[in-house]
Design a protein around this ligand. Sequence first.
Ligand code: UDP
Length: 428
Amino acid sequence: MYNQQQKSIAIISVHGDPAVEIGKEEAGGQNVYVQKVGEALAARGWRVDMFTRASDPQQSQIVQHAPKCRTIRIHAGPEDFITRDNIFTYREDFVGTLLKFQRREGIEYSLVHTNYWISGWVGLQLQEKLSLPMVHTYHSLGAVKYKSVSTIPMVARTRLRVEKACLEKADRVVATSPQEKEHMHKLVSRFGKIAIIPCGTDIHLFGKVNRSEARERLGMEQDAKVVIYVGRFDKRKGIETLVRAVNQSQWREDPRLKVIIGGGSRPGQSDGLERERIEGIVAELGISERTYFPGRIEREDLPLYYAAANVCVVPSHYEPFGLVAIEAMASRTPVVASDVGGLQFTVIDEETGLLVPPQNVAAFAGAIDRILNHPSWGVELGINGRKRVEKKFSWDGVALGLSQLYNKLIQKDDIAATPGLGIMFEVS
Ligand code: UDP
């Protein structure tokens, strides 16, 4: 009889270290996804090894998250920060060192689950060399991303080629929203098997405190009108749209209006430069005295910040999923988000928040004002958001969906549709 207790899976996240601080440049949703999925799968009885590239000599090679779940940092290229597009150069070293580690430890993996295209390349190698079933999650699609940037990087052709190979050759690709699935078939390849399993969030961490307690603990006035952004400092995140919208708000002259822009940055790096640029715009607009930059918000403080806010704004130009939206919803805070990608799946317009055209300053200002002007409606939107997250986006539910998928692939069964815990789970 098949015994799930003994099944080991290798999760590959070459550039997104699941054991690193979240919220800095290049450390965002993917890191959270890999860490939380790994831990939740281990809690379901899988042995989970999460492989990432060693990027700092100060960090330990192995981080144990739970008895059966660990991060393993693989030596490939300099032990320093390298932008994701440059990491691909060290792909063969990564595969070689990973295989050596696997032989040395005598582990037989049953399946490999890769994250982002660089890891997808690694997964295709492991699929071939070790005859492993491969599951792939894109996190971001080159075909979508390159539509919204002015300069196309050198690595673009390689990325598009690898992304196509992943869709056509992986045993299953996981789309985190129906919108992402549609993009894959439209822009990447007509072929390939796709299962829809969303990203999740920690429903026990978020939503524990109410607004008034959160404000008290953060030292915020109870009558403040708080607009929050949480995320990386990256132009594509649209923070500029948010600050310009605040400047057009009807509450612009009211001293109760406060804006919090939370996220880490490093001076001189691209996120540090973006933060400086945003601070410059804030100063130019004359809203510095009401705008706060708390820096990277620690995981344990995040629930306070979300709960304290009247509205959380996600103004991304594009967003494949957008964890911040469901974290805010889990905290009962209404969301004003760009009407793009995964946000169209997570945020239900007029029910858990408002969806507005990306980069449209007036539309963002109008949506923020509607929520600030109607506090009891805001509370209602927040309650609906919490219900939606509990039903669709818990990590346990996500891990259940993935476990079912892994089992089917390991047993070489195929699936038409497997209902479970409200998780959308379908294959095409
Ligand atoms: N984050 C955090 N502290 C911060 C800023 C961001 O913990 O100061 C986390 C945030 O809570 C979320 C993740 O970073 O879990 C960002 O994920 P998202 O999918 O929204 O965006 P990405 O970074 O993947 O583009």
